[in-house]
Design a protein around this ligand. Structure first.
Ligand code: XUL
Ligand code: MN
Length: 346
């Protein structure tokens, strides 16, 4: 029941830079991160388009693919696969005001160019998954965009990608805010509704990130369940988050263990990983700024370890006892059992 393949992106090892201070750990070359990923027990790597091909904006379309093929060689050498490629549509000046929802037509065109190149890169890396995190698709100034027209542009961009390559899958990773404060695609429901409006809804699914669900005031396990109910959960980004504030990307389970337990439980019970889309367990976590450089993979190691410890708890879950409690409608009894299980007393 269930196959768990663990993945992370090169951005998950960073220098500790945040809004209030610059990086304080030395930069680690991409190749070193890849080697270390394998060593700490990851199975695959997640990419932004420019994680794979850093100077892509200034390269020809053939040069981009050639460069990506070399990256594939590096992955093969280290026994890792590429899970997905996500166009990074929030760094460049041309995507300052949104990408598919940019105010200027030429900026929209740039975003679509990057998206199609992401597909080329994904193919060269050996994956058919494109992940869309809609960073700036929304507003800070609410009157700055016509929301109805712009939401339709998000659909148009997906259609262009689906048409460009009939074999790709699009994974929408919804998030309600940050860096914008009003997202046009904030929840799993928005993601699926958007997918349903495209030319091929069967190729649009979800990647649910724990922190993003929490930021939306929702329960991550239930968001995952919502995707699983329709076989639309094609990826997860596990992490943790202390309430509704800035996006923290804490290690999985460190803030709310029971909430993490229920994420593992819903994935395990529903055969995640064996559902036909090579579903992976992404660990979208970031080390605290205080973390020493010599131990800067610890948050990834911990997140995987916590997942596996919780998996053991899930496997010991007493379904007969649960059924009895449900029949008696004695959920107080069931709650105590879950707490005892998590505390090692059941
Ligand atoms: C942003 C986020 C990103 C995406 C990849 O909050 O989670 O790391 O997962 O673009
Ligand atoms: Mn993420």
């Amino acid at each position: 029941m269930a196959t768990f393949r663990f993945t992370a992106g090169p951005w998950n090892i960073h220098e500790g830079n945040e809004t209030f201070g610059p990086g304080i750990r030395p930069q680690i070359p991409f190749e070193d991160k890849i080697v270390k990923f394998k060593e700490i027990g990851l199975d695959g790597v997640q990419f932004h388009d420019d994680d794979a091909v850093p100077d892509m904006n200034d390269m020809s379309e053939t040069a981009i693919v050639d460069y990506a093929k070399d990256v594939k060689g590096l992955l093969d050498k280290n026994g890792l696969f590429a899970e997905f490629v996500a166009p990074r549509l929030w760094f460049d000046k041309r995507t300052n005001d949104g990408a598919y929802t940019a105010s200027l037509d030429e900026d929209y065109d740039f975003a679509v160019w990057r998206s199609l190149r992401s597909i080329d890169i994904a193919r060269a890396l050996g994956t058919n998954k494109i992940q869309l995190w809609y960073a700036r698709e929304g507003t800070l100034c609410a009157e700055g965009k016509d929301p109805v027209a712009k939401i339709k542009k998000m659909r148009d961009a997906i259609n262009t990608m689906l048409e460009y390559d009939p074999g790709i899958l699009i994974l929408i990773e919804p998030k309600p805010n940050e860096p914008i404060d009003r997202s046009y695609c904030g929840t799993a429901g928005h993601g699926l509704a958007l997918g349903a409006q495209t030319i091929d809804p069967s190729r649009v699914g979800l990647c649910i990130e724990s922190a993003h669900s929490i930021l939306a005031g929702l329960d991550p396990a239930n968001d995952m369940a919502f995707g699983l109910a329709w076989n639309k959960l094609w990826g997860v980004h596990l992490n943790d988050q202390n309430g509704i504030r800035y996006d923290q990307d804490k290690s999985f389970g460190v803030d709310n263990l029971r909430q993490a337990f229920n994420q593992v439980k819903v994935l395990y019970e529903n055969n995640f990983g064996d559902l036909g889309n090579f579903e992976c367990v992404g660990l979208d976590v970031k080390a605290m700024r205080t973390q020493p450089a010599e131990d800067c993979y610890r948050h990834l190691i911990n997140s995987k370890a916590i997942f596996l410890k919780l998996l053991e708890k899930v496997k010991r879950f007493d379904y007969d006892f649960q059924k009895k409690c449900v029949t008696e409608q004695n959920f107080e009894k069931l709650e105590m059992y879950v707490i005892d299980l998590l505390l090692g007393e059941a």
